[in-house]
Design a protein around this ligand. Structure first.
Ligand SMILES: [Zn+2]
Length: 142
């Protein structure tokens, strides 16, 4: 696209140079011919500029979308940084919350690795054995 407009500018400049030479030589026929040529080159230049403007708009839209995606990824990354894999109870690993402004909780590791934020529920059997259940996926019991 940039090459097209560069080429269009270059050919327009060449046509302008021919017109200036013809004008200096006071050759009316050549001046008319050069003006016609310049008019055609100007049309090509306008077309190239228009195409470039359209491409520019498409790029702007793509940039806006990419920026939004980037912000989303950054937010997820920041959230991910507020958890660390830890042993919730003997042999049970889950993502432990590190943010002290929130109540301590654990996220189900397989769910969180799949992008689902599921806070594990802690229960205890009558014999005192602690177990964890995942509200999002029943088979993720520990
Ligand atoms: Zn789960």
């Amino acid at each position: 696209m940039a090459i097209e407009i560069t080429a269009a500018i270059s050919t327009f400049k060449a046509a302008l140079g021919i017109a200036q030479v013809a004008l200096a030589a006071r050759d009316e026929a050549k001046v008319k011919e050069a003006l016609q040529d310049m008019s055609e080159r100007l049309f090509s230049l306008s077309q190239a500029a228009l195409a470039m403007a359209e491409k520019n708009m498409a790029l702007q839209a793509a940039l806006t979308e990419a920026s939004a995606n980037h912000a989303e990824v950054e937010a997820k990354l920041a959230e991910r940084g507020s958890y660390e894999l830890a042993e919730a109870s003997s042999g049970v690993f889950a993502y432990k919350s590190l943010d002290s402004s929130k109540a301590l909780h654990y996220l189900c590791q397989p769910c969180y690795d799949n992008g689902i934020k599921s806070v594990l529920r802690k229960d205890a059997h009558h014999d005192g054995v602690v177990f964890w259940t995942c509200p999002a996926e029943g088979r993720h019991g520990f």
